[in-house]
Ligand binder design. Structure first.
Ligand code: EPU
Length: 427
């Protein structure tokens, strides 16, 4: 079993390069299925979720070539059967994007129900509602979702909730549909814009991404392309939180400061100094952090995927903070782990009340999901003493070279291997 061991209490200094965005990559790789040529995708993060989705495409018949650590070439023309079985997709939430991409290409798809981080019910009713508007029927049989259309014809979809996944899936299904699809109340996350840019670089006609109305004019053919993925907003935010927690002065390179605005604003409210440049930002923390309240919202609100990391730093802020998780039903499972380190947090439904303590102490903890795991690293870096983090495969799903990157800015962090077996939990 692999664990991460952190000896906390050391300031972070130096520079870190942020990788490509996980949540853009896991949408763009399936989107390549729609192409009738070779897609070269650059700035791909070398993480498990991305490697898994690329492997799924390969096992379905696509040719996937790794050109270097961050570049893939995908030729989807070998995919004959639009079917992704449970064995292929069970560890991945984003495997649901195969539905939209395969449906868009073959007018039918069969994909096993998705896995991914476990923080409450993760419905896909809005995805299916969108497919239905385009003319596709669906049914669930033996754990597989099957969607099928005689032909896809554009239509008007009004999402009941702002959903990243539904917005992506409907864009994928609509890209080659006949006529125009309008998605209202669409998600506006940077990775939605990135997917639209990728589709347009293949010859699609997608407009309005980044606003809450997206218009997709279907085209008959999509070509191969070369495309570079945006930097990862949440990886950057996690390093920002780490500097806020441990103190120090770090330059984050390969970021889009605009995508970080909600995180930057919150950290500034807490007393962190942030300097923005064209494609980098400097994060400096000298004094004790001030308390603040945080409510997660769809973009451009404060991202739910930064909620555990910001909660981790508020555990040592001066005063009492309230964190309101307004996107997911159950995203406070990590609180118990922070309590082991001396954090004082009470949770009531979607609210966590955090009373700042002077100092967290290192303890054995586990990563209950991807961002919860990131929060454990953040807390451990600011804590006194040694923290051992288990179940780190969750962290490895979404953070490239996380141990090396933190070590390069002065953290006392290392990966250790023990003989105990890995515990089995959902991916
Ligand atoms: N929802 C529905 N019906 C649907 C779809 C969603 O009710 O058909 C609800 C969900 O239950 C949730 C809310 O809408 O309460 C938002 O869900 P969304 O569909 O936006 O989430 P997702 O697409 O499943 C993506 C990210 C998550 C991130 C959320 C919210 C990917 C691969 N995953 O998930 O990222 O938390 O958007 O921003 O893009 C992570 O990276 O750690 C992660 C979990």
């Amino acid at each position: 079993m692999e664990k991460i061991v952190v000896n906390g209490g050391r300031e972070l200094h130096g520079e870190v390069r942020i990788s490509g965005a996980k949540n853009a990559a896991v949408a763009i790789i399936p989107a390549a299925i729609l192409s009738d040529g070779v897609c070269r995708i650059e700035n791909i993060p070398n993480i498990q979720d991305v490697n898994l989705i690329a492997e799924i495409l390969q096992q379905m018949g696509a040719q996937v070539k790794r050109i270097d650590k961050s570049t893939l070439e995908i030729d989807p023309r070998g995919i004959r059967e639009p079917v992704a079985t449970y064995d292929l997709v069970r560890h991945m939430r984003a495997s649901s994007y195969l539905l939209g991409a395969l449906l868009g290409k073959f007018n039918r798809a069969e994909v096993a129900l998705p896995g991914g981080c476990d923080f409450g019910v993760r419905p896909i009713d809005q995805h299916l509602k969108g497919f239905a508007v385009l003319g596709a029927r669906h049914n669930v049989e033996s754990g597989m979702i099957k969607v099928r259309a005689d032909k896809l014809v554009g239509g008007h979809v009004y999402l009941d909730v702002v959903s990243v996944g539904a917005t992506v899936n409907i864009m994928l299904a609509a890209a080659k549909a006949e006529g125009r699809t309008i998605i209202e109340n669409a998600a506006k996350e940077p990775h939605i814009v990135d997917l639209a840019n990728f589709l347009n670089s293949m010859g699609a006609d997608v407009r309005g991404a980044g606003t809450d109305v997206i218009k997709v004019n279907g085209v008959s053919r999509l070509n191969g392309t070369t495309y570079s993925i945006i930097p990862d907003q949440i990886e950057a935010g996690t390093y920002m939180a780490a500097v806020a927690c441990a103190g120090g002065n770090v330059l984050l390179q390969n970021v889009i400061p605009k995508h970080l605005e909600s995180i930057t604003a919150k950290l500034r409210e807490m007393g962190v100094i942030i300097e923005e440049y064209d494609d980098s930002i400097r994060v400096i923390r000298r004094d004790r952090l001030r308390r603040c309240n945080v409510k997660t919202m769809p973009h451009p609100g404060f991202p739910t995927d930064m909620q555990p990391q910001i909660a981790a730093i508020l555990t040592m802020a001066d005063g009492t903070s309230i964190v309101n998780e307004a996107v997911w039903d159950n995203r406070f499972r990590y609180v118990e782990e922070l309590r082991r380190m001396g954090a004082v947090i009470s949770v009531d439904g979607k609210l966590a009340v955090i009373e700042g303590v002077d100092q967290l102490e290192g303890a054995p903890v586990k990563a209950t999901d991807l961002r919860a795991g990131a929060a454990m690293i953040v807390a451990a870096l600011g804590a006194k003493g040694t923290t051992t983090i288990e179940d780190i495969r969750h962290i490895q799903r979404g953070y490239e070279d996380v141990v090396d990157k933190f070590a390069s800015i002065g953290a006392d962090i290392r990966l250790v291997y023990t003989k105990e077996p890995n515990s089995v939990t959902a991916g």
